[in-house]
Write a protein that binds this ligand. Structure first.
Ligand code: 13P
Ligand code: SF4
Length: 319
């Protein structure tokens, strides 16, 4: 604990010295979320992470999360320095959708509007007309559908399928999945819900369709946290990465939160829902990166310029 306090103090000093602000995702360690809160940074979903860095005056944005989050910050802020605690933090959705294969896929459907999830590389964003996050995916696709546009959606097939069902839009889907959310099991969830009939079920839309079907609320990480605060239920079953419990407890300290089952009910963290790449971020590698200026995110300027158009479209739409 003394060591942790010392590291906290050192990080607070470093953030000031380096004119840096910490932007962390809800799936990162509690320590990182706490540090971001205590230093005027931000802890949020991927849409808010993108916005926050852009609006903040600091010259360096440190992104605790996965690589696409750092890249999005760089795309929106090419003049700022963007650092990450590690450059090894990938995302299975991003990995499932290599730019060359995706571009060839798009070429097969030249009359379709290309909508990609934020969980993609800068190159894939550069090929897209729109970037969306889970918090506004349905609204953007609804808007395009009303204008009569047909859509290519990538890479998350579950989110794509959910958005398609809600909007009725004509969509062709890339077949990617998140390895964390793909593990939630519908039959076990049903049994768990029977044991807690008063519980509300909260589901991130990267989960399989038969899990989403059981949800009282489907939404982005921020939307799920808000639901814990706003709904009258005393108990919640939560189908998303367990990192989110830090903020859920903070939002509603008296409520009971239960992890949705991933295969075996009652499993300890051997099979819990926790993104292995988010888990690579910690106080120590954050301090190293700030101190030495390592793990800087670079995006090819031309790719970044193209990607900015589709990312900015999302930000303007969300405003
Ligand atoms: P959110 O935009 O809902 O935070 O989702 C990001 C993500 O990677 C979820 O797995
Ligand atoms: Fe990607 Fe899934 Fe990890 Fe989110 S939880 S960063 S979608 S692998």
């Amino acid at each position: 604990e003394a060591e942790r306090q010392a590291l906290f103090a050192r990080l607070k000093r470093l953030l000031k010295e380096k004119d840096a602000v910490l932007v962390a995702h809800y799936y990162t360690d509690d320590d990182l979320q706490q540090l971001a809160d205590e230093t005027g940074g931000c802890v949020s979903d991927s849409l808010e992470m993108a916005r926050f860095g852009h609006d903040h005056p600091a010259g360096t944005i440190v992104v605790a999360g996965v690589r696409f989050m750092g890249e999005t910050a760089k795309i929106l802020n090419p003049e700022k320095r963007v650092l990450m605690p590690t450059l090894q933090a990938e995302c299975s959705l991003d990995l499932s959708c290599p730019a060359d294969r995706f571009s060839a896929f798009c070429d097969q459907y030249p009359d379709r509007t290309v909508v990609v999830y934020a969980n993609t590389s800068a190159e894939v964003k550069a090929r897209a007309d729109w970037v969306v996050t889970s918090s506004i995916a349905t609204k953007v696709v609804q808007h395009l559908h009303e204008k009569g546009e047909k859509i290519i959606w990538a890479p998350d097939r579950y989110l794509g399928d959910y958005v398609q069902k809600v909007t009725g839009a004509d969509m062709v889907l890339w077949q990617g999945a998140c390895i964390v959310h793909d593990e939630f099991k519908a039959a076990e969830l049903r049994k768990l819900h029977e044991k807690h009939p008063g519980a509300a079920v909260l589901v991130h839309p990267e989960s399989p369709a038969d899990v989403i079907e059981q949800a009282d609320v489907v939404g982005s990480t921020t939307q799920l946290i808000n639901a814990v605060h706003n709904l009258p239920n005393e108990t919640f079953i939560v189908a998303t990465d367990r990192g989110i419990f830090y903020k859920m407890h903070e939002a509603a300290p008296d409520k009971k939160l239960i992890e949705a089952p991933t295969g075996g009910i009652g499993a300890s963290c051997g099979s819990c829902a926790h993104c292995p790449w988010m888990a690579m971020n910690g106080l120590q590698n954050l301090a190293d990166s700030l101190e030495q200026g390592t793990n800087e995110i670079h995006v090819d300027p031309e790719i970044g310029r193209q990607a900015r158009v589709s990312v900015q479209r999302m930000i303007d739409f969300a405003a």
